[in-house]
Design a protein around this ligand. Structure first.
Ligand code: ADP
Length: 612
C-alpha cells in the first residue's frame, strides 16, 4: 500500500510540474499579461508539489527545512494570488478588491513565516490556526475567480466557454481536495484516502491544461455544438443581410464565435475597417499593416502584450479585403485547423459581400427609376395640359374653321392626348406608390357603380367593333374603397382586354359577391399569356414581348399599379390565361358588411348590359 501511495504522490507531483512547465512554455510563446499570471500560478503550484515530494527523497533538517517550508508557503499563496491576478487581467477587479487582496496576501505571508519560525514551538493549536488561515486565504484567492469565470462563461462562444469552465472546474477540484484534507479527519490519513486525493488532484492536471492549451481535436469537438447554428447563420448571412454593414457586422460576430476568438474584424479592399468587435481599431490597423505582401492571410505572430491573430483574404471585386480574428486570454492558441476554418468562412463572407454589393447597386438603380418617373411625369404634365387646352379649343371651333383634313385629324389628336394623359397619370401614381406618398380615401361604395363607371371610361378607346358585356347582381355590393382607384384598376383591366384582343371581343365583365369577397372578373378572347410570362405581368414596367403585341403602346405600369392598389385595399388581382384563346383577370376585394347567411343563399338575379 505504501508503494501505491508513494506512486500516486509522485505521479501527481510530476503532473503538476509538467503543467507548470507547459504554462511557462505557453507564456514564452505568446507573452500575454494574462498568460504570464496563469503561468506564475501554475509554476508556483508545481514548486509546491515538487518540494512536497523532495522531502521524501532527501532528508532535510535545520535551516534547509525552514527554508523549504518558507518557499513552499510563499509558492502556495502565490499560486492562489496569481489566479486572482489572472482574473483581474480580463475581468478587472475594483481597486478596493485589489487592495484587500494585497492586504490578505501580506497578512498570510506573515502568518506563514511565523508558523514556520515561531509557532511550531507554540503548540498544536497555533499551528492548526495558522494552517487554516493559509488555506482559507488560498481558497478565497482561487474561489472568487472560479465563480466569476463560470458565470462569465455563460454568454461566450462554445470554445471559450469550455476553456473557462475547464479552468474553473480544475481549480474547484483543487479546492475540494484542500477542504477534504483539512476537514476529512482520519479518512484523509488512511492510505485509501491519500491515494484517492492524489488521483483526484492528478485528474485536475489535464483539465487545467486544456483550459489554456486545448488540443485541436478538443477545440473541434467544442465547436461542433455551434456547427448547426453556424450553418444557419452563414445562410442568413448570404441570403438576407440587407446591407454591407449589416453583413460585415454579422460576419465578424460569427467569425469570433466560430473560432472562440476574443475579437474579429472585417477590412475592405481599401483598408477601411468595416466591422470590428472585441478588439480595438488600432490593433486591427497594426495587424493589417503587417499583412502587406502576404495577401493570402495566415497566422500572425503574436506581439508583446497581445495575442495571436489569424487573417484570411476576402476576394472581392474591388480587390482583396480581410477577415481576421484575434486571440485573448482564453484563445491563445490558433492552429492550422482554425486557419482552414477561417479561410472557408471567409470565402462565404466574400460571396455574401458580393451579393450585397449587387443588391445595393440594384437598389440605387430602382431609386433612380422612381426619381425618373417622378420627374418625367411632373415635367410632362404641364405641357400636356396646354396641348389639351388647345385641342379642346380646336374641337370647339374657338380657333376658327378647319379644313376637311384638319377636322379629321382633331379627334385622333384628342384621343392620343387622352392616352398620353392616362400614361402620365399612371407614372405619377407609380411614383407616389414608391415614395409612400399614395393616400387612399376609402368610402362606402357600391362596387357595381364603380365597375359601370370604369367600363364607361374605357369606352372612348373602343372603335365600334368590340362588345363589352357587364353582369352585376341585383343587390348592392358594399365595399369600403377609394372609388377612383378601384375605377382605375377595373378600367385598366378592361382596356387591356380590348387592347390584347386584336381579333375583336367580346369582353365579359362579371361582378359577384361570395363569402365576404367581391370579385370583378374581366374575360377576353384575345392573345392570352404564356405560363412562363405570367410572373412579369405585375412587375413595374413588366411587358410581355410577342410578335402580336409588340406594336401595341403601353408602359407596363397598369397591372403593377392595379395589384399594388388592390393590395392596399386588402385585395388582390389574379390571372388565368390560355395562350391563343384569351385571359381572365380577376380583382378580389373584401366586402365591408358580410351579407347574412340568408341573403347569401338567395340566388342573385342578374342584369345584363351590352355595349357596342
Ligand atoms: P401595358 O398594357 O401598358 O403594357 P400592363 O401592366 O397593363 O401594361 O400589362 C402588362 C403586360 O401584360 C402587357 O404588356 C401585356 O403583355 C400583358 N397583358 C395585360 N393584359 C393582358 C390581356 N388581357 N391579354 C394578354 N396580355 C395582357
Amino acid at each position: 500500500m505504501i508503494l501505491a501511495e508513494r506512486l500516486a504522490q509522485d505521479l501527481t507531483a510530476l503532473g503538476f510540474v509538467a503543467l507548470g512547465a507547459a504554462t511557462a512554455w505557453q507564456w514564452y510563446r505568446f507573452r500575454g499579461q494574462a498568460q504570464g499570471r496563469l503561468a506564475i500560478s501554475l509554476v508556483s503550484l508545481a514548486v509546491v508539489a515538487a518540494l512536497g515530494r523532495a522531502q521524501d527523497f532527501v532528508s532535510v533538517s535545520g535551516v534547509t527545512a525552514v527554508l523549504i517550508g518558507i518557499v513552499t508557503i510563499f509558492a502556495f499563496e502565490a499560486s492562489g494570488y496569481y489566479v486572482l491576478l489572472f482574473r483581474d487581467a480580463f475581468l478587472p477587479l475594483t481597486s478596493r478588491a485589489r487592495q484587500a487582496a494585497r492586504i490578505v496576501l501580506a497578512v498570510t505571508l506573515v502568518v506563514g513565516l511565523a508558523d514556520i519560525t515561531l509557532l511550531s514551538r507554540a503548540g498544536q493549536l497555533a499551528t492548526t490556526a495558522a494552517a487554516f488561515e493559509l488555506i482559507a486565504a488560498w481558497v478565497v484567492f482561487v474561489g472568487e475567480p472560479i465563480v466569476r469565470f463560470w458565470l462569465a462563461s455563460r454568454n461566450l462562444p462554445s470554445v471559450q466557454k469550455a476553456r473557462m469552465r475547464a479552468l474553473s472546474f480544475g481549480f474547484a477540484g483543487l479546492i475540494a481536495i484542500l477542504v477534504f484534507d483539512v476537514f476529512g479527519g482520519t479518512a484523509v490519513q488512511s492510505p485509501a484516502g491519500i491515494i484517492a486525493t492524489q488521483l483526484v488532484a492528478l485528474a485536475m492536471v489535464p483539465v487545467i491544461y486544456v483550459s489554456f492549451a486545448p488540443p485541436a481535436i478538443l477545440r473541434g469537438v467544442w465547436r461542433m455544438r455551434e456547427a448547426a447554428e453556424l450553418r444557419a447563420a452563414i445562410l442568413d448571412l448570404l441570403m438576407f443581410s440587407p446591407t454591407r454593414q449589416d453583413l460585415a457586422d454579422k460576419a465578424a460576430g460569427w467569425a469570433k464565435r466560430l473560432l472562440g476568438a476574443q475579437g474579429a474584424f472585417v477590412v475592405d479592399s481599401e483598408g477601411t475597417i468595416v466591422a470590428v468587435t472585441g478588439v480595438d481599431a488600432a490593433e486591427v490597423a497594426e495587424i493589417i499593416a503587417a499583412r502587406k505582401g502576404a495577401p493570402e492571410g495566415g497566422i500572425e505572430a503574436p506581439r508583446p502584450g497581445r495575442g495571436a491573430a489569424i487573417v484570411s483574404a476576402l476576394h472581392l471585386t474591388e480587390g482583396i479585403g480581410f477577415l481576421g480574428v484575434t486571440a485573448g486570454p482564453f484563445t491563445p492558441i490558433f492552429g492550422s485547423d482554425e486557419v482552414n476554418q477561417l479561410q472557408g468562412y471567409a470565402s462565404s463572407v466574400a460571396a455574401g459581400l458580393e451579393r450585397v454589393r449587387v443588391t445595393e447597386r440594384l437598389a440605387v438603380i430602382e431609386r433612380n427609376k422612381t426619381q425618373f418617373l417622378n420627374l418625367a411625369s411632373h415635367e410632362l404634365r404641364g405641357p400636356l395640359t396646354v396641348v389639351r387646352g388647345y385641342v379642346s379649343m380646336l374641337e370647339g371651333g374657338l380657333l376658327g374653321d378647319l379644313n376637311e383634313r384638319g377636322r379629321k385629324a382633331v379627334p385622333v389628336i384628342s384621343a392620343k392626348v387622352l392616352e398620353m394623359n392616362a400614361l402620365i397619370e399612371q407614372m405619377l401614381e407609380a411614383a407616389r406608390l414608391e415614395d409612400g406618398a399614395l393616400m387612399l380615401r376609402p368610402e362606402a361604395n357600391d362596387l357595381r357603380d364603380i365597375v359601370n363607371a370604369a367600363v364607361d371610361s374605357a369606352r372612348p378607346v373602343l372603335d365600334g367593333q368590340y362588345k363589352i358585356r357587364v353582369k352585376c347582381p341585383d343587390r348592392p355590393i358594399h365595399v369600403r374603397v377609394d372609388a377612383e382607384r378601384v375605377k382605375t384598376i377595373v378600367s385598366n383591366l378592361v382596356s387591356n382586354a380590348i387592347k390584347y384582343s386584336p381579333e375583336g371581343g367580346p369582353v365579359e365583365v362579371d361582378v359577384i359577391n361570395r363569402g365576404g369577397i367581391a370579385r370583378v372578373s374581366v374575360k377576353d378572347h384575345g392573345v392570352g399569356i404564356a405560363k412562363e410570362d405570367l410572373p412579369i405581368l405585375f412587375t413595374r414596367f413588366g411587358r410581355v414581348s410577342t410578335p402580336q403585341t409588340d406594336h401595341l403602346p403601353g408602359t407596363g405600369l397598369g397591372l403593377y399599379l392595379g395589384r399594388q392598389l388592390a393590395r392596399l385595399h386588402g385585395g388582390e388581382i389574379t390571372v388565368d390565361s390560355d395562350p391563343g384563346r384569351g385571359s381572365t383577370f380577376t380583382l378580389h376585394l373584401p366586402v365591408s358588411t358580410v351579407p347574412s347567411a340568408a341573403s347569401r343563399r338567395e340566388r342573385s338575379s342578374t342584369s345584363v348590359r351590352s355595349s357596342a
